[in-house]
Design a protein around this ligand. Structure first.
Ligand SMILES: O=C(CO)COP(=O)(O)O
Length: 241
């Protein structure tokens, strides 16, 4: 069965104090979440520990925004699987387009990071998606298929989430039409060995478009950037109708 997963990606936002303030508001706004929905907060490394303590016993799960492929070593600025597991992290975003664009992430390093997450029992959220240029040139499918081919080499598809994030829709307010996101996600699913992989949509998800997005048959959840930073808006997204 495909699980529904709504995850907030805070990117490089919020200090510990701001994170705690968010949680207070968010918990009050949140309805009783159904059993088949995972709510995840992917927060900066510096707030993971305080969030882990505050979320203890709650239904909200914690996610990291990256993970290194080695368990330890001389890798300045990186965080490993055992470090994340020890503090209660359950998910890790891997291969976000911002990592690929600004930090030299390649399909090969994405593949290694996916393996590390799975090795430590974390669920990786693999991000794929095309640029505006690629979309305009009719290369959306070819680009995403090529990312999947490189990223998923020898990856166990049992413990895996994929997020389709068209880059042109990230942080722009320009959402991909729900039907189009549904179509691309269907194509992604057709390339997978395991039909039960949950596939999210990400890119300008907001309280006013979440209901339509979640109503699409192929879409199993959302990866939310900007709108996950405010308690009321993220709660409305998680409480989708
Ligand atoms: O990159 C995203 C989530 O990973 C999407 O960001 P926005 O929701 O701000 O467009």
């Amino acid at each position: 069965m495909r699980k529904k997963i709504i995850a907030g990606n805070w990117k490089m936002f919020k200090t510990q104090a701001e994170a705690q303030e968010f949680l207070q508001g968010f918990m009050t706004e949140l309805d009783e979440t159904p059993d088949d929905l995972d709510t995840v907060l992917c927060v900066p490394f510096t707030t993971l520990w305080v969030m882990s303590k505050s979320l203890h016993g709650s239904r909200i799960k914690l996610g990291a925004q990256n993970i290194h492929w080695e368990d330890s070593g001389a890798y300045t600025g990186e965080i490993s699987g055992p470090m994340l597991v020890e503090i209660g992290v359950r998910y890790a975003i891997v291969g976000h387009s911002e990592r690929r664009e600004y930090f030299g992430e390649t399909d090969e390093t994405v593949n290694r990071r996916l393996k590390a997450a799975q090795r430590h029992g974390l669920t990786p959220i693999l991000c794929v998606g095309e640029t505006k240029q690629q979309r305009d040139a009719g290369e959306t499918e070819a680009h995403i298929f090529s990312q999947l081919e490189g990223d998923l080499v020898d990856i166990d598809q049992k413990n895996l989430v994929i997020a389709y994030e068209p880059i042109w829709a990230i942080g722009t307010g320009e959402t991909c039409e729900a039907e189009e996101a549904n179509r691309v996600i269907g194509l992604i699913r057709s390339k997978l060995k395991n039909p039960d992989v949950s596939i999210q949509y990400g890119g300008s998800v907001k309280p006013d478009n979440i209901d339509e997005i979640m109503a699409q048959p192929e879409i199993d959840g959302a990866l939310v950037g900007g709108a996950s930073l405010k308690p009321e808006s993220f709660a409305r997204i998680v409480n989708y109708q």
